[in-house]
Structures are given as C-alpha cells and as structure tokens.
Design a protein around this ligand. Structure first.
Ligand SMILES: NC(=O)c1ccc[n+]([C@@H]2O[C@H](COP(=O)([O-])OP(=O)(O)OC[C@H]3O[C@@H](n4cnc5c(N)ncnc54)[C@H](O)[C@@H]3O)[C@@H](O)[C@H]2O)c1
Length: 265
C-alpha cells in the first residue's frame, strides 16, 4: 500500500527516543520529512544520521516542550523552512509519578509535561494543518481507561488526550483535518525500562506483566505502535477521525480469565 506520505512534513514531539524514535523511522521510511522536537540533541542527531544513511529525511529541532514560546517558535521555524506542515504527532510524555500524595504543584507540573504542550503544539500548527488538510495523531496510554495508581497527573493528562482527540476531530472536521489517538499499553522503551527498574523485582514484574497480555504474552514493539501512528496519519486513513485505537495485544479490553496463558479455558 502506498501511504501517500512522500515529502509530507511531520512534526513529532519526543521523536528521538523510544516510541517517538520508531515513529520517526517509520515516517522517514515512507518518504516523509520527520521533524523531531526534543531536548536532547545528541540522541536526536545520531538518529537523524541513521535515517539519512537509510535514504530518509529527519531533522532535529531543539525544544523544551513545557516552554510555550519555544514550541510556537519552533513550529514557525519548521513552517518557514518547509512551507507546510502535514501532520503533528503528540508523542512526548512522562509517567512521572505525580500522585495524590505528591501535592497539587506536582500535579500541575505533570499536566504541563503531559498535556498542555499538546494543546500548544496543535494550536501553533493549526493554520498549517488546515492549509494542508493534514492530520493529528496523539499517543495516549491505556491508563486513561484502567488507572494505574500513584500517577494522577499523567493519568489525568492521558484522559484529557482521549477527550481532546474527539474535541479536535470536531473542531477540524470542517477543514478536512483528521485527529486520532493511538494507545500503547506495555512497550519496552527507555521510559518503561526506568519504570520497571524501580519495581522491587524488575524481571519478575516484567514476566508477570507479559503473562497478562492476551496476544502472544509479549510486550508490544515500538514499531507496532509507530506503524499504527503512521497509517492513522496518512491520507490512506482518509475517513477515520476521532478514533482511539488500542495497539496493545488486547491488554486493555480482552477478558484475561479466558485469554491469559495458563488461565482456565
Ligand atoms: N512505553 C510504554 O509502555 C508506554 C505505555 C503507554 C503510553 N506511552 C506513551 O508513549 C509516549 C512515548 O513514551 P516512551 O515510552 O517512548 O517515552 P521515552 O521517555 O522513552 O521517550 C520520550 C521522549 O520524549 C522526550 N520528551 C518528553 N518530555 C519532553 C519535554 N517536555 N520536552 C522535550 N522533550 C520531551 C524525551 O526526552 C524522550 O526523548 C508517551 O506519551 C507515553 O506516555 C508509553
């Protein structure tokens, strides 16, 4: 299938690491120009060089996403350079452990780290997206539906992301701009590694989690998330909008009493 993404300009927040890295690679493989927004030039430049070696195009734009002015400025720089923006991927986020006992300031900061910058980025790119009849893809989390415990800020942000997917789909529909959300559950990335390492028995915890994933009793790969994001972003997904798409091996919705390995059949 030709996804019709050649030379399309895609802005990917946190596109240098983990799921974002895989999204950058998948877009570049389809011939799109992947514009990475992030804070770490070393990892991003290394990725851009790898993409170029494979014949693709990726470029790094340094930006701390919690700095509203920096986000607006960088969107302006990208638009000036390429003359268009076809897609925004709100991927960056952090499962930062801002829970009920952390206090209200930590909660507010978590919203800044996880959802406020998504609003700013979409707002900054709005005119360009309308001009290109482009798309937005949000990267959410299963925890918006399941909860997680101890992470009020992150979970509230991901819940808001699901709601904003529907809200923005309505706002943008008259302009032919689509908005969708891809939901990961368990994907091995630097962020996930850090979280699992904080468990009392990391390898035991990982094995226990894998057993609860109905399809294959394994983690989802970053590439599997990325490919769903790229398809949702592409013109070949032209009549899909306001959708929350779970790419999680059935983790969130299937009945584990009948799908988990070892469960009574
Ligand atoms: N890994 C999982 O299992 C999982 C599960 C559910 C949801 N998610 C979601 O997927 C997305 C990507 O997660 P990941 O596991 O790849 O994370 P990661 O930490 O491995 O990578 C995130 C990238 O975004 C960048 N970033 C984050 N906040 C930033 C900021 N304020 N300014 C600039 N750069 C920033 C980081 O530096 C990093 O490069 C997140 O939104 C996360 O909530 C991941």
């Amino acid at each position: 299938m030709n996804l019709e993404l050649a030379s399309k300009v895609v802005v990917i927040s946190g596109g240098a690491k983990g799921i974002g890295e895989a999204i950058t690679i998948s877009f570049a493989a389809e011939g799109a120009v992947a514009c990475i927004l992030g804070r770490n030039p070393v990892e991003a430049e290394e990725l851009c060089a790898r993409v170029a070696e494979d014949g693709g195009r990726a470029e790094f734009f340094a930006c701390e996403l919690t700095d509203e002015n920096a986000v607006r400025e960088v969107v302006g720089v990208i638009f000036k350079k390429y003359g268009r923006i076809d897609c925004v991927v709100n991927n960056a986020g952090v499962n930062d452990g801002a829970g009920l006992s952390s206090g209200v300031e930590a909660f507010r900061e978590s919203l800044e780290k996880n959802i406020v910058h998504c609003f700013v980025l979409v707002q900054a790119a709005m005119d360009a997206l309308i001009a290109s009849r482009g798309s937005v893809v949000n990267v959410g989390s299963k925890c918006a539906s399941t909860g997680q415990g101890g992470t009020s800020g992150y979970v509230a942000s991901k819940g808001a992301m699901n709601a904003l997917t529907r809200e923005w789909a309505i706002d943008f529909a008259p302009h032919g701009v689509r908005v969708n959300c891809v939901i990961p559950a368990e994907v091995m990335t630097p962020m996930y590694q850090k979280w699992i390492a904080s468990r009392p028995d990391p390898s035991g915890a990982l094995a226990a989690i894998e057993q609860t994933i109905p399809l294959g009793q394994r983690m989802t790969t970053a590439r599997e998330i990325a490919d769903a994001v790229v398809f949702a972003a592409s013109p070949r997904s032209s009549h899909t909008t306001g959708q929350i798409i779970y790419v999680d091996g059935g983790y969130t919705h299937l009945d584990r009493a009948v799908t988990t390995k070892g469960a009574a059949k």
